[in-house]
Design a protein around this ligand. Structure first.
Ligand code: NAD
Length: 491
């Protein structure tokens, strides 16, 4: 038993950082508090690491790389597959850690564990399939090859909305490619990362190949140290566009290869030819998951005018039935927001919309009492001049915009600086292709609200960043190409 979390395996509740295979305190001697977003209670304290710890972690990743890069893909894959199996065996404990520090409902948290393990399972196979090319030469004497090789030690910066899946999606791919990792989880949700590192160690990830640097107050110092570190050859970040731009700038001195999975502002387009119930089912998946805190959550819900009222009524009925509360509560499907600043942001978005003419159909307010709760909310008659049209809401607020024509809605949907996910509900196959091809986003869901899986590439367009995660693409992001030209003189 530790800090209110009852784990079957209490050794997975870890309150130290992880560098070079050792569980250690911060060199600063400082700590930060991890808070349960449902209660406001402090769960525990974790080491507040700084630049010196980043440097120790990158050195250990560098040393470990010398041997890890030479381990065969098959052997790396076996370790990664064991890591996935251990995650699934410990899904209940991992789920408890996720619910306690992130807030998402326990059933959803266990679902995240399975989703996170699926990335490892896929990458385990990819470790064996890092094929290169044989390139026919224009010079008859030459034989030519392009190899895929691991880029080296890398930094993976993981956000708080998927404390397990973003770790495996990045670190699993890096390890499969033959890279070693310095992982920096969001301070708010580091307990899950530490438990995953412990399971990785049990699976056979060698000392130094996976390091975890914990920080919250010293986030800026740690971020800078990771970006500037000359040993780390790549940085993979998921988080807001603003922070992504800052990290890119900071990485310029060490010229790191980058993967940036940044903010979204997903349009969810519902045409009048579709079945309203199917559309609402898909919309609930894309809006309510993780209390609306995913980068591909439906942010701007465009509904064709003929079915606007019917859809709004059906959605309100579904939102009224949502059970909000502590993620461990029976039947709870909407937990708290992970941070208190998240509640303030959602409140600002709702107030801004109301001041510009939107109507509240359901909810609209933070919930009094302890914890970061916001009422599941439906807003109607939204317009493009509102804050939520231009920024992620990142909360359980469904914002409805009426539209008339296909051309009009494509133009509205693309009127965004970012382009991560998008969704279309239609039964017209020609329209589905036309619209899917024209949306300026990295992913499109058609009649579904779920667009991520271990085998699929996940990426953005425009200011949502670049570089794919997941599937074979995720592993390739951690590789560099090496050309080998071999002269074969005539006998
Ligand atoms: P934030 O921009 O402060 O933090 C986002 C992430 O970046 C966090 O994981 C944080 O640990 C990390 N970060 C922040 N500053 C950093 C720095 N200087 N160096 C290194 N890492 C740094 O935002 P927030 O208040 O946590 O969330 C604000 C908004 O960001 C959300 O409402 C949402 O729109 C967006 N966000 C998106 C994602 C995503 O999955 N794309 C994840 C988290 C937040």
């Amino acid at each position: 038993m530790a800090s209110g979390i009852e784990l079957k395996d209490p050794s997975l509740f870890i309150t130290k950082g992880y560098i070079n295979g050792e569980w250690i305190e911060a060199s600063t001697g400082e700590h930060f508090e991890v808070v349960n977003p449902s209660t406001g209670n402090v769960i525990t304290k974790l080491p507040e690491m700084g630049a010196a710890d980043v440097s120790a972690a990158s050195r250990s990743a560098d040393e470990a790389w010398e041997s890890w890069r030479s381990v065969t893909g098959k052997a790396r894959g076996q370790i990664i597959r064991r890591w996935a199996a251990l995650m699934l065996e410990n899904a209940e404990d991992l789920g408890k850690l996720i619910t306690t520090e992130n807030g998402k409902p326990y059933t959803e948290a266990k679902g995240e564990v399975a989703f996170a393990a699926a990335y490892l399972e896929f990458y385990a196979g990819e470790a064996e399939r890092l094929y290169g090319d044989i390139i026919p030469s224009s010079n008859p004497r030459n034989r030519q090859f392009a190899l895929k090789q691991p880029i080296g030690p890398v930094a993976c910066l993981v956000p708080w909305n998927f404390p397990a899946a973003m770790v495996t999606r990045k670190a699993g791919a890096a390890l499969a490619a033959g890279c070693t990792v310095v992982l920096k989880p969001a301070g708010e949700t580091s307990l899950t990362s530490l438990a995953l590192a412990a399971l990785g160690e049990r699976a056979g990830i060698p000392k130094g190949a996976l390091n975890v640097v914990t920080a919250l107050g010293r986030l800026v110092e740690v971020g800078q140290a990771l970006c500037k570190d000359p040993i780390l050859r790549k940085l993979s970040f998921t988080g807001s566009t603003a922070v992504g731009k800052l990290l890119m700038k900071q990485c310029s001195s060490s010229l790191k290869k980058l993967s940036m999975e940044l903010g979204g502002n997903s349009p969810f387009i519902i045409f009048d030819d579709c079945d309203v119930k199917t559309a609402v089912d898909a919309l609930m998946g894309a809006k309510v998951r993780n209390s609306g805190q995913t980068c591909v959550c439906a942010n701007r819900i465009y509904v064709q005018r003929n079915i606007y009222d019917a859809l709004a009524d059906a959605l309100v009925a579904r939102f009224q039935a949502l059970n909000t509360g502590d993620g461990f509560g029976d039947g709870v499907v909407v937990g708290p927001l992970t941070t208190s600043r998240g509640v303030k942001k959602v409140e600002t978005h709702v107030q801004d919309a109301l001041s510009k003419g939107a109507r509240v159909l359901q909810g609209g307010k933070p919930i009094d009492g302890p914890g970061n709760f916001f009422q599941p909310t439906v807003l109607a008659d939204m317009t493009a001049d509102m804050l939520s049209h231009n920024e992620e809401i990142f909360g359980p607020v469904a914002a409805l915009y009426p539209f008339d024509t296909e051309a009009e809605v494509i133009a509205m949907a693309n009127k965004s600086e970012v382009g991560l996910g998008s969704y279309i509900c239609t039964n017209d196959a020609a329209r589905m292709w036309r619209v899917a091809e024209k949306l300026d986003t990295g992913m499109v869901g058609v009649n579904t609200g779920v667009i991520a899986a271990g085998e699929l590439p996940f990426q953005g367009a425009k200011h949502s960043g670049f570089g794919s995660e997941g599937g074979k693409w995720g592993v390739e992001e951690f590789c560099v190409t090496k050309t080998i030209v071999l002269a074969v003189p005539d006998a």
